[in-house]
Design a protein around this ligand. Sequence first.
Ligand SMILES: [Fe+2]
Length: 306
Amino acid sequence: MATIYWNDQITDTSVEVITLKQDDLEESQALIRENYLNGNIVVIEDFRIPIDLEIFEFNSLPQLPNYGSIPDYQYNFFKTYFKKPRKTEKVIEKIYGDSHKAVKLRKEMNLAQEYVFNILANIFDSKLIYKYEPFSRLNLDISTWRFTDTVKSGYHIDEYPGINFRAFWNLSDNPRVWGFGHKINDIIQLKIDEVVRFMKEPKNISSKGFIHFHQREFNAYLNNFLNEFPTHRAEFNKYDLWICDSLKVAHQVISGDKMAGFTYPLMNNVWKVSQEIHERLDYNKYVLKFLASHLKGKQITKKQNN
Ligand SMILES: [Fe+2]
C-alpha cells in the first residue's frame, strides 16, 4: 500500500494522487487516462504481474559512495546491457552466480515489460504506443531496471526528447520514497518571470515570431529552480505500480532500491489516432497552451527590428 504524507505548508502544488487496487483496473481505465493526462500520479497498489516474482528476490547491489566512479552497469542495468553485454553478464553472475537463473531473470523482465505495455494499451490505445517485437532487445533497452541502492536525486522533471508513457514498479521490500507535488504548470506559474525571460531568448522565437523551444532545454531550465521547492512525500511499497508523465510531474527520488522504470514511446502518428490525447500528451502543445492561457495580456513575441 502506498503511503502519502501531505505537507500542509505547501499551497501552490496541484498534483493529485489516485490510488487503485489491481482488481479495479478494468473499470477505472477512463479515470486513469484522465489523471495521467492531467499530470497526476496514479498508483495501482500491490500490482502483481503473473511472472515468477521470486526471481527478483535478491539483495540490491550496494551503491558506491562516489556516483561518478560507478561503472554504468551497476546503476543502470539494462541501459548498458546491449551495449556492454559482457559487463552486464558479470552483474547477473554477481547477483546469482548462476547463468541459467540470469537468463530466466531477463525473460521475466521482458514479460513484465510486455504485461505493463498491455495495461497501458488498454487504458490509452494500443495504436498510440510504439510496440517493439516481443523479446526484442530495444524493448528492454529503453526501460530502466535498477538493482542497486538509489542515490538521492534532486527534485526535477525529466529531461529527454520525445514523448513516452512512463510507469514505475517497486520490486523491493523497502519503500521507494519520492518527493512530489508540482506539475510543470505549477512551476511555470511560480517562476513566471523567469519563464517569460526564457521564452524571450532569441533562440526560442522563430523568425515569424512564434515560440518554439526544446522540451529538454526548457525542463533543464526549470530544474534550476526546483531544489528550493518544498514537496509532499510518497512511499511506494513493494509491487506498487505508479504511472505519471515524468516530463510534466516533478519528482525527487529520496530512497529505494530495486525497481523497474518502464518506458513506452508514443507513436509518431498519434494525432491520427486521437486528436484529443495528442493535444494533451504532446509536451509543447501542453506547455504552450498553458502559457497562452496564463499569460493573457503579456506579450512575449519577438521585438521587430525597425
Ligand atoms: Fe526522473
